[in-house]
Design a protein around this ligand. Structure first.
Ligand SMILES: [Zn+2]
Length: 122
């Protein structure tokens, strides 16, 4: 794996990871109640049924968005660990080097495009 690519990828991954961490922190901030003082009481905010329902819906949307962000962040951290361990860019299915072009576009990739398509996992 060429060093220049590793440097580029490392920079991209670090930037992406701080961006995701910030987004997650923002989301967690939004999930706190607007009126209540503590997180545990958010369910009781709002007197009408539909107000509560829409708060729950927003909360759940944010929660699944947060889970997606956490998952992406997890992939990025794995990629960074692999760079540190010197195993970055190796396909987890067939063990060959992943295409450089793919890594440039999707630095957290752990499989070839073909291997990813053929396997059920990410
Ligand atoms: Zn492969």
């Amino acid at each position: 794996m060429n060093k220049k690519l590793i440097e580029t990828v490392k920079k991209k991954l670090s930037e992406e990871s701080s961006r995701l961490e910030k987004q997650i922190a923002d989301l967690q901030g939004h999930n706190r109640p607007k009126n209540g003082s503590e997180g545990v009481e958010w369910m009781e905010v709002g007197t009408k049924e539909d107000e509560n329902a829409s708060e729950v819906a927003t909360y759940q949307e944010n929660l699944s968005l947060e889970q997606n962000l956490q998952a992406s962040l997890g992939e990025i951290k794995i990629a960074l660990e692999k760079i540190a361990a010197g195993t970055y860019g190796v396909c987890s299915v067939c063990g060959r080097d992943i295409e450089q072009k793919r890594l440039e576009v999707f630095p957290a990739a752990t499989q070839h495009t073909d291997c990813r398509t053929n396997s059920a996992t990410v």
